[in-house]
Ligand binder design. Structure first.
Ligand SMILES: C[S@@+](CC[C@H](N)C(=O)[O-])C[C@H]1O[C@@H](n2cnc3c(N)ncnc32)[C@H](O)[C@@H]1O
Length: 361
């Protein structure tokens, strides 16, 4: 019950709908109502498995699947509009009717997200890596990129060059004919030529728990964990999934360090190999992180001017502001150039983003 209240507080700013649903469900749990039946078997789950978000995501999934017409009118992702005072009265019969299905979903589901808006910072970071590696090698043109992603989830950030990006000064880059366009709130710019298209020559990805977005189940799974109030984000996710279906790249089920060792053993002459991960490392145990660092260090020692290696990450770091304790830094290391840069800082979903290049120690 407390975990539901915690989850409600966490949703308050971005999802009044989930916050209202979770608060009412917490009261219902306390009163021994239908939510008790739905959550049976998950009562002792650890807080880290976020039972409240699994509950809210599973209810959202029923709505997306058209199985809860009486509740759908509150959900903006299917054209509805939240009426706070009516939400619980409309939710209760749905929980009652689908209690068994919901219970099974909540028990089986891990919260799984994939945020394509992180591709904007990734795009800028890849341009910087491709240009700096070329400068160091004395090449006139930037290197084509070989992108290796750890913790790719559904792999929606494997096509940064297939999205379109627009800045408020009228600059655009990426694919301006893409069905997925981002209107970015960037302060500053990456120190790279945005007018030169990024060439992604090769891509591969892994995840401990991948989502196959070429299936309807995978689409619904990722969609259900988008806040139902955030229609733009939801629509962009649908667009990114459509692109992934038209241009599929498999996400292999594997732990990052072991998978990376195999990938980095392959010859990639003529490309800059970029190892990328976003909002992944906090979930990896210390042993796995140490193994990952060792694999990258071994490959860095072998990197050459013709086969350079980069590590590009977008991960949370604790800051000094108690009201906003985490910020997300985009960091780049490049070998054999020996470059180590803090490129900028953004919000967790990738935009707004501030480009602020400086040495990173
Ligand atoms: C919050 S999601 C982020 C997904 C994606 N990187 C993005 O930015 O949208 C974290 C992902 O990391 C994966 N993950 C966590 N530890 C991992 C590891 N050691 N190796 C591979 N994947 C891992 C999880 O399964 C999950 O899909």
């Amino acid at each position: 019950m407390e975990l539901f209240r915690d989850a409600a507080r966490g949703c308050q700013t971005h999802s009044p709908l989930n916050a209202t649903l979770l608060r009412a469900a917490a009261d219902d749990l306390a009163a021994g109502g239908v939510t008790t039946k739905v959550m049976a078997g998950s009562e002792l789950d650890r807080g880290g498995t976020v039972p409240g978000l699994r509950f809210a995501g599973s209810v959202h999934r029923l709505v997306l699947e058209g199985k809860a017409p009486g509740l759908a009118k509150h959900y903006p992702t299917v054209g509805g509009h939240l009426e706070r005072d009516r939400l619980w009265a409309d939710a209760e019969p749905v929980l009652d009717e689908h209690a068994d299905m919901l219970r099974a979903m909540i028990r089986a589901n891990a919260v799984q997200t994939n945020e394509p808006a992180r591709s904007a910072a990734l795009y800028g970071g890849l341009l910087v890596a491709a240009e700096r590696a070329a400068e160091h090698a004395g090449r006139e043109l930037p290197f084509p990129v070989r992108l290796l992603e750890i913790g790719a989830s559904g792999g929606l950030n494997l096509r940064p060059h297939r999205f379109g990006y627009r800045l408020d000064d009228g600059t655009s880059f990426g694919d301006d004919e893409s069905p997925v366009q981002f209107d970015l709130s960037w302060s500053g710019r990456p120190r790279a030529d945005l007018a030169t298209p990024l060439t992604v020559a090769d891509r591969a990805a892994c995840d401990m728990n991948p989502v196959d977005v070429t299936t309807e189940d995978g689409r619904k799974h990722l969609s259900s964990f988008v806040w139902p109030d955030q229609v733009d984000r939801y629509q962009r996710l649908q667009g990114a999934i459509d692109l992934a279906q038209a241009d599929p790249v498999p996400v292999h089920r594997a732990e990052g360090s072991e998978w990376l060792r195999t990938q980095l053993a392959k010859d990639a002459t003529g490309m800059v190999t970029v190892v990328w991960h976003s909002v992944v490392w906090q979930y990896a145990p210390p042993r796995e992180r140490a193994r990952g660092r060792a694999v990258v260090a071994a490959a860095a020692a072998e990197a050459t001017e013709d086969a350079p290696l980069a590590l590009l990450v977008f991960e949370p770091r604790r800051g000094n502001d108690p009201a906003d304790p985490y910020h997300f830094d985009l960091l780049l290391r490049l070998w054999p150039a020996g470059i180590s840069l803090h490129l900028g800082t953004g919000v967790g979903h990738g935009d707004p983003f501030t480009w602020d290049e400086r040495h990173w120690v």
